[in-house]
Ligand binder design. Structure first.
Ligand code: NAI
Ligand code: 15L
Length: 264
């Protein structure tokens, strides 16, 4: 791969990955609606609103792979979610179709299934149970990507990320944690495997208390190696476990299940 596009490059995960993906492609094109500081010699900076179709096509032109992190990443009013995660996804897939169909890793979310209980064990074909408008927008993104695969052969990894943080931060994350290193290893595998298709991938580490079954992915050459359990004793020392009926303990989506429909 010559040029990898990273959308949402000014965000938390984009910032973390920016310096860790230089071995994947000699040129990294970093895009965001927000300014991106201090480009290195191997980086191209593109300021682009995903809702602007022409700008998105220019952003995608010349790229051989896309790590799509850009968009609204938490619960918000419908208008910004619609612009970035719905119209933005359509613009991205139309741009990819016009520009040679570079492989895409789509950062979907556990909030597509947030109303499942933490006692449930989910396979990739489980019914969606989004926990808010944000989760619904990621369901749209997954459906759009699947349609572009079935209709045009556009390959996408549908990555339902759990909680991608440096270390698990609370009791819920003992199930949902996705270590930075496991994410990096997954990106390598997604862009290395000769044939990807359009699989659902649970973005989680090898957590003893995990909720998601990735056993359908033997062919991908990815084995998550970290385990949130290594931090369980530390978390137990720092914070009391939530009561069993607390949404943080009941639902996979945790507190997102409790958010209202925000109006502004
Ligand atoms: P973030 O909110 O820090 O970064 C998202 C970036 O997208 C921001 O820099 C923002 O400026 C940009 N953006 C927002 N609207 C845009 C628009 N209209 N046009 C262009 N860029 C726009 O989010 P984070 O944590 O880095 O997550 C990256 C992706 O991974 C997001 O899509 C998020 O939904 C997904 N994800 C992240 C998880 C996590 O644990 N961090 C968990 C599940 C999913
Ligand atoms: C997400 O989808 C969010 O982007 C991230 O900020 C976290 O809230 C994560 O899910 C989570 O569920 O922990």
């Amino acid at each position: 791969m010559k040029r990898l596009l990273i959308t949402g490059a000014a965000g938390g995960l984009g910032h973390m990955l920016r310096d860790r993906l230089t071995h994947i492609a000699p040129i990294l094109r970093l895009a965001d609606i927000a300014p991106i500081a201090a480009p290195r010699p191997w980086e191209e900076i593109v300021q682009c609103d995903l809702a602007d179709a022409a700008a998105v096509e220019a952003m995608v032109a010349g790229c051989d792979g896309i790590l799509h992190l850009g968009g609204i990443s938490v619960e918000r009013p419908f208008a910004p979610i619609m612009q970035a995660n719905i119209l933005g996804l359509y613009n991205l897939y139309e741009a990819a179709r016009a520009q040679g169909q570079p492989r895409i890793l789509f950062a979907s979310s556990n909030h597509t299934v947030g109303f499942w209980q933490q006692s449930d064990r989910l396979r990739p074909d489980c019914p969606y149970r989004p926990d808010g408008l944000y989760g619904v927008s990621k369901v749209f993104g997954e459906a759009l990507a699947r349609m572009y695969f079935d209709k045009f052969g556009q390959e996408t990894a549908l990555l339902r990320i759990g909680s991608c943080t440096e270390r698990p931060e609370n009791h819920r994350m003992l199930g949902s944690w996705f270590s930075h290193d496991d994410f990096l290893r997954l990106i390598e595998a997604v862009f290395r495997v000769p044939k990807l298709g359009c699989p659902v991938i649970w973005g989680a580490s090898n957590n003893s208390r995990g909720w998601w079954d990735n056993s359908h992915l033997d062919w991908l050459g990815w084995q998550p190696q970290d385990n949130a359990e290594d931090y369980a004793a530390e978390i137990a020392r720092q914070q009391p476990p939530p009561a069993p009926d607390d949404p943080l303990a009941r639902f996979q989506g945790g507190l997102f299940t409790q958010f209202p429909i925000y109006k502004d």
